[in-house]
Design a protein around this ligand. Sequence first.
Ligand SMILES: [Zn+2]
Ligand SMILES: [Zn+2]
Length: 98
Amino acid sequence: MGVDFYACNNCGDTFPDCGDFTGCECGTRWCCDECAETEGYRHEEDGYTPPGSEWEQETSCNFCRNEDFEDYDLLTFAIGKLGLSREDLIKLYTENNQ
Ligand SMILES: [Zn+2]
Ligand SMILES: [Zn+2]
């Protein structure tokens, strides 16, 4: 069995899955409690059922409460709103970095 490494969702630090870390039941993981709390991680005394989910979690965070979203999802949304394709964006990015 190998050791998997995860990146903290908040600060980007990596940590092994066998070590100390804070994780929400939705699958979001952080290197420490401080990072987790920054992103709204909390214990749910009465349980929390995310929208569209069938099971109740004992923890929740900004992501499973739909109060924050992954950069990738926001980006996909933004380029769609701007009427750009991913290729257009790459072109603009390249031009801007020359
Ligand atoms: Zn962190
Ligand atoms: Zn969560």
